[in-house]
Design a protein around this ligand. Structure first.
Ligand SMILES: NC(=O)c1ccc[n+]([C@@H]2O[C@H](COP(=O)([O-])OP(=O)(O)OC[C@H]3O[C@@H](n4cnc5c(N)ncnc54)[C@H](OP(=O)(O)O)[C@@H]3O)[C@@H](O)[C@H]2O)c1
Length: 301
C-alpha cells in the first residue's frame, strides 16, 4: 500500500484526507517514482475548489509536481531507467503529495545531482512557469520588468531569471517581503494603494513588460505602466489580462529542461521556505492557500 493525499469532493480544505491505496502503476509513456519531495502550488487548492473545472475523478490525488526515484517504467520509455533520479509533472489521475506517484515521461527530466530533491520538486510547475513568463516576450539587458507578486513561489524565481538577463527588475510585494525580494537583485516596491506612483518614482517612463502573478484589481491598477498593453503577461488571471489587452502566459515544453540547467549552475535558487511531512500536507496547502507564501512550500514524504 502507499499513502496519497486527496480531496474527496470539490470545496474547502475539509474535503482533504491522507488515504492508503495500492502503489500506482505507470501506463504507456509514464514512469512510476518513489516521491522524495513534492511542490505545493496555488493550482492544488484551485483544482480542489473547482475553479479549474470538475474534470478530476474523486477522490482526486493532490499535487502537480514531484521529484523522486524511478521504480517502474511504462511501455514506450527509452530515456529513463529504474533507479534514475528525476523531476516532472504528475500524470493525469495521480498526485505528487504521495509516497509513490506516476509522472508523464514527456514532462520529466533527469535530476542533476547538484540539485536537492526539495529544490527539484519546485521545478516542473513553479520554476518552469517563471522561465516561460520571463521568455514569452524577450526583453534586452537594461529594460524594465515589473513583476507583480515578486515574493511568491514563481515570483522569486522570475526575479532571479530577470537579473540573470540583466533586466532592471521591479518586484512588487508586501512590506514583509522587502528583504527577500531585494535578495534577488530586484528593486523592491511595496504593493497597495498608489502603487503606480511608487513605480514611476523609480521608472518615470513605466515598464517594458509586466509579468503578473496576482491578477484582478492589482493587475488593473498597474496596466497603464506599460506603453503597449500587449506587453502584459499574466500567469494568475488570463481573463483580466485579456480584458486589459494583455496576454495569458503560454507554457512551453522546453522550459523545464532549460530552468533545470539554470538552477543546476546555481544561477537561480528556488527558495524553499518551508517543508512539511506527508501527514502535514494539509498545513502545506493551507500555507499556499493564504495567497501570501514567501517562496516555495514543499512536502517531503
Ligand atoms: N498558468 C500557469 O501555468 C501557472 C503556473 C504556476 C502558477 N500560476 C499562477 O500564478 C500565480 C502565482 O503563483 P505562485 O506559485 O507564485 O503563488 P504564491 O507562491 O502563492 O505567491 C503569490 C504571491 O502573490 C503575492 N500577492 C498577493 N496579493 C498581492 C498584491 N495585491 N500585490 C502584489 N503581490 C501580491 C503574495 O505576496 P504578498 O504576501 O507580498 O502579498 C504571494 O507572495 C497564481 O495565481 C498561480 O495559480 C499559473
Amino acid at each position: 500500500m502507499s499513502k496519497v493525499y486527496v480531496f474527496n469532493d470539490y470545496g474547502g480544505p475539509e474535503t482533504q484526507e491522507l488515504i492508503d491505496r495500492s502503489v500506482p502503476v505507470p501506463g504507456t509513456a509514464e514512469l512510476a517514482i518513489e516521491v522524495r519531495a513534492a511542490g505545493v502550488n496555488p493550482a492544488d487548492w484551485k483544482i480542489r475548489e473547482g475553479q479549474l473545472g470538475h474534470h478530476w475523478s474523486l477522490p482526486a490525488p493532490m499535487g502537480r509536481e514531484a521529484a523522486g526515484v524511478v521504480t517502474q517504467l511504462g511501455d514506450g520509455i527509452d530515456d529513463f531507467a529504474v533507479g534514475d533520479e528525476v523531476l516532472g509533472l504528475v500524470a493525469p489521475g495521480h498526485g505528487g503529495l504521495a509516497e509513490h506517484t506516476v509522472l508523464r515521461a514527456s514532462t520529466t527530466v533527469a535530476k542533476p545531482e547538484e540539485i536537492s530533491f526539495t529544490d527539484a520538486a519546485t521545478i516542473p510547475v513553479a520554476a518552469a512557469t517563471a522561465y516561460d513568463a520571463t521568455h514569452q516576450i524577450e526583453l534586452e539587458a537594461g529594460q524594465t520588468l515589473l513583476l507583480l507578486g515578486a515574493g511568491g513561489g514563481v515570483g522569486l524565481m522570475a526575479a532571479q531569471i530577470g537579473r540573470v538577463h540583466e533586466f532592471r527588475v521591479i518586484g512588487v510585494a508586501s512590506a514583509a517581503k522587502r528583504g527577500l525580494v531585494q535578495s534577488t537583485g530586484a528593486i523592491f516596491v511595496e504593493s497597495g494603494p498608489n502603487l503606480p506612483e511608487r513605480v514611476r518614482e523609480i521608472a518615470p517612463d513605466g515598464a517594458d513588460l509586466i509579468v503578473d502573478l496576482v491578477g484582478g484589481d492589482a493587475l488593473r491598477a498597474v496596466a497603464d505602466l506599460v506603453p503597449d498593453r500587449t506587453r502584459i503577461i499574466s500567469a494568475a488571471d488570463p481573463d483580466t489580462a485579456a480584458e486589459l489587452g494583455g496576454l495569458a502566459l503560454a507554457r512551453t515544453n522546453e522550459a523545464m529542461g532549460k530552468i533545470t540547467e539554470v538552477i543546476q549552475y546555481g544561477l537561480v535558487d528556488p527558495h524553499v521556505d518551508a517543508q512539511f511531512g506527508l501527514d502535514e500536507a494539509g498545513q502545506a496547502i493551507a500555507a499556499v492557500e493564504t495567497g501570501h507564501a514567501a517562496g516555495k512550500i514543499v512536502v517531503v514524504p
